[in-house]
Design a protein around this ligand. Structure first.
Ligand code: FAD
Length: 548
């Protein structure tokens, strides 16, 4: 719902009005009413309850299809619908079983809007592939999705659950739980990173899943990692398929379409890639300081004016040839060129207990999971820009954070490093995390000083890790694209890889890993692809080599 910040105020106002008008029309066409009930304890009119009232009031100004009733927890309807948490929003309970524990704050506003529209339409809008999976579910699934207002990955997982509840109203119930409003429940489920999805109290998803992977996990009652379309996958023909919706992929999409190519951007998780979870960006030209998520919204709204973006769609296989076949969790693309803009993924520490406590106190995303640690004690492991930025971000959230670094000097820029003492963030130098321990969740860490050889045990609630990134090269590897010794994609100066028709851009190529460089390389790669398609580069190369 955010609009371009670089617009003139008047243009922005007009765009907002346009959006509201569009929404009004959409609501007017909905065939079903959307009754919403809020239940709360007597005398507990907290920020969540107040926000719920404001949000629902704003929607009611757009449509009379929404009705709103408030009841105390001892009301007979609370008993009838088994409401046990205050406040809870219950949506159209006579038709579906969807509720919010807390309020749809921040990022969750999107989930709430989509939920209202789907409920009003009476349609889930799941893909054909998901529909087939859901059709096989024949017993009750009580789903809980833990989310936070600042988590850009959460709406994807929450909307998956909402769609399942609308598609199978008799068998699937959904509770979307804000970890800040219901920390007791988050503790009970040891859900210390978001999003996390449980069905009948069994963990079925940690992190954002594509719709099809979520549905398969819900069916099998076990977290699935990939989903291969079963049959009859929709076929889409394109000039260029761009894999990755980070800065490189988004810029490439804009340039490709402006060059006259028919392009698609496929993104499996959060649009914006790593930028979506970057608290503050201070070095992107045009913005002295901008929140990562805000920058992503601006980039995406710009890109959407040109290029078709397929969110929540993971590429699982690429088959080179003419055409090149790109298989996703939902569709089959046939295309003339592929741009690998798959970026980078966080590095693991390799400490004992790290995997075991993943999502239960060990986190790689301070933006997403920070809110749950307010008033608690955590460590941030790392010494680069990311670790320092994120430690400062946690400190600002009211978290007692200590930076743990294995060397005696930070790699972070001086301007950032200076802010640590100014913000009372202590640093443990020459210190390595040997083990992360606890019972159900993180309770302590064993730290080793590599200068003094001393070991200490520190009681702790959370371990945040930001020790760098490695190329997301799974697809490239599978395809047989040549990689360098560090796993980055080898490419020529025009972003062509070792395989005809396959190009690369952004962090997956190595080099300077910055938003501005990734965007620049994305745009260059798109322009190369345009040139190569007009003047068949690969064909000429093969002819010159005598292979065609
Ligand atoms: C905490 C943090 C702070 C940072 N701060 C700054 C900063 O202040 N300034 C700056 O310039 N840079 C910063 N960076 C670096 C910057 O974010 C990256 O250089 C940039 O995002 C790289 O863009 P990219 O498009 O190459 O890759 P990414 O941003 O990694 O995007 C790649 C995308 O591809 C998707 N993808 C991968 N595989 C598949 C698949 N199989 N199917 C579909 N989609 C797939 C991923 O989900 C991801 O969204 C920061 C990074 C981090 C982590």
């Amino acid at each position: 719902m955010e609009h371009s910040m670089n617009m003139e105020p008047q243009a922005q106002e007009a765009a907002n009005q346009d959006f509201m008008l569009q929404l009004q029309k959409t609501f007017a066409q909905l065939p079903h009413d959307i009754p919403i009930y809020m239940f709360l304890n007597r005398g507990e009119d907290n920020i969540f309850a107040q926000t719920n009232r404001q949000i629902v009031r704003a929607f009611r100004e757009l449509t009379d299809k929404i009705t709103f009733r408030e009841h105390y927890m001892d009301h007979e309807l609370a008993r009838k619908w088994n409401v046990s948490h205050s406040p809870t929003l219950v949506i159209a309970p006579e038709r579906v079983n969807i509720r919010w524990l807390g309020a749809p704050l921040g990022e969750e506003g999107k989930t709430f809007l989509e939920t209202l529209l789907f409920v009003g339409m009476g349609k889930s809008h799941v893909s054909d592939q998901s529909e087939k999976v859901l059709a096989r579910i024949d017993s009750q699934r009580n789903v809980k999705v833990f989310v936070s207002a600042t988590c850009p990955y959460c709406p994807q997982e929450a909307v998956n659950a909402v769609k399942a509840a609308i598609e199978k109203p008799d068998l699937v119930s959904v509770e979307i739980i804000d970890i800040q409003c219901a920390p007791d429940l988050a503790n009970q489920y040891s859900a210390h990173s978001v999003p996390q999805a449980f069905a009948n109290d069994i963990l079925i998803g940690q992190g954002a899943q594509t719709e099809e992977v979520f549905m398969a996990s819900l069916e099998k009652m076990e977290a699935q990692t990939v989903f291969i379309p079963e049959s009859d996958a929709e076929l889409v023909e394109n000039d260029i398929v761009i894999i990755g919706g980070g800065p490189a992929g988004i810029a490439a999409g804009i340039y490709a379409v402006r060059s006259g190519l028919n392009a698609a951007v496929l993104e499996k998780e959060a649009l914006g890639g790593q930028v979506a979870t970057t608290p503050i960006v201070e070095n992107y030209p045009g913005f002295t300081q901008v929140g990562g998520k805000t920058l992503v919204d601006i980039m995406v709204s710009h890109a959407l004016q040109y290029v078709k973006i397929f969110p929540g769609e993971e590429v699982v296989e690429i088959e080179p040839g003419t055409p090149i076949k790109v298989k996703t969790s939902r569709r089959l693309f046939e295309t003339r060129a592929v741009l690998l803009a798959t970026g980078a993924k966080h590095r693991y520490l390799g400490a004992k207990g790290e995997k075991l406590f993943g999502g239960r106190g060990v986190s790689y995303c301070s933006t997403c999971d920070g809110p749950l640690f307010k008033g608690k004690k955590v460590i941030m492991v790392g010494g680069g820009n990311s670790a320092v930025t994120e430690a400062l971000h946690l400190r600002n959230m009211g978290i007692d954070v200590t930076l743990v670094h294995r060397r005696d000097k930070l790699r972070a820029q001086e301007v950032l490093a200076k802010q640590l003492p100014q913000n009372n963030v202590p640093i443990l130098w020459n210190t390595e995390v040997k083990e992360i321990r606890g019972d159900l969740r993180v309770e302590e860490v064993e730290l080793f000083n590599n200068k003094t050889n001393e070991t200490q045990v520190m009681p702790i609630d959370g371990v945040f890790i930001a020790i760098g990134y490695e190329p997301a090269n799974d697809l490239a590897k599978k395809l047989g694209v040549e990689l360098d010794e560090e796993g980055f994609i080898k490419h020529d100066e025009k972003h062509r890889t070792s395989i005809p028709g396959i190009y690369s851009a952004g962090d997956v190529e190595g080099g300077y890993k910055q938003i501005v460089t990734a965007s620049g390389h994305g745009s260059s790669a798109a322009l190369t692809i345009f040139e190569d398609l007009i003047d068949p580069y690969w064909l000429k190369k093969e002819r010159a080599a005598g292979t065609n």
